[in-house]
Design a protein around this ligand. Sequence first.
Ligand code: GLY
Length: 363
Amino acid sequence: MNAVSDIIIVGGGIIGLALALELRAHGANVTVLCRDFKEAAAHAAAGMLAPQAEAIPPGAMLDLCLGSRSLYPEWIEKLETITGIGTGYWRCGILAPVYVRLTSPEAPPLPSKEGTWLDKDGIAQFQPGLNSEVIGGWWYPEDAQVDNRALVQALWAAALQLGVNVREGVAVESIEQQHQKITGVSTSLGVLSSEHYVLATGAWSNQLLPVPVYPKKGQMLSVQVPSHQTQLPLQRVLFGEEIYIVPRQDGRIVLGATKEEVGFTPDNTPYGIQKLLAAAIRLYPELQHFPIQEFWWGFRPTTPDEMPILGSSAYDNLTFATGHYRNGILLAPITAKLVADWIWQQKSHPLLSYFHYSRFAGI
Ligand code: GLY
């Protein structure tokens, strides 16, 4: 058996890499095993940092998401300084336009989540070009975005630069256990062992251990602001009904995403793309003329309550960091911090208890 380091992280997506960096900063020797970097959900995301626009209800999940959003500026600055790679982090705010009132005509639609309500005229001035059926919308100035693809490249580069042992193309076939201890991971390179293990394999987690994490497919596409337009027509994310429109500063506009329970069925479908385009064009009609750039899809790691599984497991030396569903990009910094503190210093942040795997006992 090969003892490769103090900690083996199974999974080289955004959570595995962010955690590896945090553990490395504590002084740990860390190995990340990554089957296929391109497969990670983080590549497929839109990069919204949107605890408010996503209308996450008050409670531990919202606290975790807000906490992570507030870690972002410093986390990004460190990463960009280490690697010299720009991540497109942009505190552009998110606008959530509304078509119909959900409550009485006098009251603004719910929920507010401390956003600012803009009426029809207000929103039209704030963001020209919206569909005339939009009756107003919520403005969340603190929600933001990051270019998720650039971010994972930066994390990967930082991990290599800081001495994380990143093994790309290494598939973990099984996790070896004796009593309540993990003794090694069986891989395409043979059995590898360490003191501690982390399961950060996202949508694929229950192929290795019986955790209730399953894939929810999201189809996406991007268009490009036509080259003759010298100014970006969208300066903030639009979070609409059945659609989000995420403008990047380089003129790319990301549209997402479907939510499909089709297992790991790959590919874009006419139905999925048609739904996205119809919703996007309805919300921002000018978009129908923009050149299409790309189509893609990914698999979100979903749990029954749509909250991640973090912290200790039934094994003395294995920790979970998986199941982030729609919020993996947003939750990367706080997951890395809380889980690293738990593994390296046995410091259990009070929030961690809400994300323990045992909440699914009996499922
Ligand atoms: N975070 C948005 C999505 O998963 O579609």
